[in-house]
Design a protein around this ligand. Structure first.
Ligand SMILES: C[S@@+](CC[C@H](N)C(=O)[O-])C[C@H]1O[C@@H](n2cnc3c(N)ncnc32)[C@H](O)[C@@H]1O
Length: 286
């Protein structure tokens, strides 16, 4: 789960991933993508071209967003524990091309990243990507990933990790209590141990630097307006549900906030900012 995902479950339905994909696409940090593309273009790859492993791939959003910006040929392996999402991803990537307009090759692997060996999951990768995934994993996962990526000399691009910044305009006196409760809820175990939640960018940067990577962070905030009414309504609902589960907010105040905010979201009257950071980690010994 990511802070921008429905906080009531650690499973992800296709409807929700579809709802968030346009906002994710607008938010992705293009400066880091350009740097990544330049680094990969300057490096040597195997005979089959660039090997990319996408962790927690869901319905394939990372490949759709990144492949057209990177030189080819490209071979993507999508890794997720949810076979149905991977099946949807394979169907939805058939017309995706690399920067030169050539189709990308796509494979999928059902794999539990909380328990499986990460050196197996990323074997042969030049680049490891993930999107809206790191914040639901744990510090232990970040450490195992950094070790495996260092051993493989792979670059890592972890996009759309929440950093705890949340804002709604017009503001409401109960917002801060809801956001604090939601950020606390984000650190609950999603299968990897206590989740990194809003500290994901900070902790992962530290862990990757300690494993010999040069790390750069770039903002990838969601900025939602009237045209994102469906996503805004889903966020308000998810935040309220999570806050209720923490028991940190007065129940009556929470119920009234949910009602007010749901009506405003449906009417397209909210401007919402959800803070995210993208992280590019480059091994210093390549
Ligand atoms: C918020 S979704 C992000 C999906 C996709 N990367 C995107 O940007 O749309 C998180 C994904 O992580 C996957 N996931 C969660 N826990 C996992 C685990 N232990 N092993 C493998 N995948 C996992 C979920 O199935 C889901 O597809």
């Amino acid at each position: 789960m990511s802070a921008t995902d429905r906080p009531d479950s650690a499973t992800f339905d296709l409807t929700w991933l579809d709802l968030r994909e346009p906002a994710d696409r607008r938010a992705r940090n293009q400066g880091l993508v350009t740097k990544l593309a330049d680094l990969l273009a300057a490096a040597e790859h195997g005979a089959d071209g660039l090997a990319i492993v996408d962790l927690g791939a869901g319905h394939g959003a990372s490949a759709r967003a990144l492949a057209p910006h990177l030189a080819g040929p490209q071979r993507w392996i999508l890794v997720d524990r949810d076979a149905a999402l991977l099946a949807a991803a394979s169907e939805r990537l058939t017309d995706v091309v690399d920067a030169a307009g050539r189709p990308i090759a796509v494979g999928a692997e059902v794999f539990d990243l909380a328990h499986g060996a990460l050196d197996e999951a990323i074997e042969g990768a030049d680049l490891v990507t993930m999107s809206a995934f790191l914040d639901l994993a744990s510090r232990g996962f970040a450490e195992r990933l950094a070790e495996a990526a260092a051993a493989a000399r792979a670059l890592v691009l972890a996009t759309l990790s929440v950093d705890g910044r949340l804002a709604i305009e017009p503001s409401d006196p109960v917002d801060t209590a809801i956001f604090d409760a939601f950020n606390a809820h984000m650190t609950r175990d999603k299968g990897f141990g206590p989740a990194l939640g809003p500290r994901a960018p900070d902790i992962a940067s530290h862990v990757f630097r300690a494993n010999g990577f040069r790390v750069e962070l770039g903002r990838s905030d969601w900025v939602l307006g009237p045209e994102d009414a469906g996503l805004a309504a889903a966020l308000v609902d998810g935040w309220a549900t999570a806050a209720a589960e923490t028991d940190l907010v007065d129940r009556t105040a929470l119920a009234r906030w949910r009602e007010r905010r749901a009506a405003e979201a449906a009417a397209g009257r909210l401007r919402i900012v959800v803070g995210h950071l993208d992280m590019l980690a480059v091994p210093t010994i390549r």
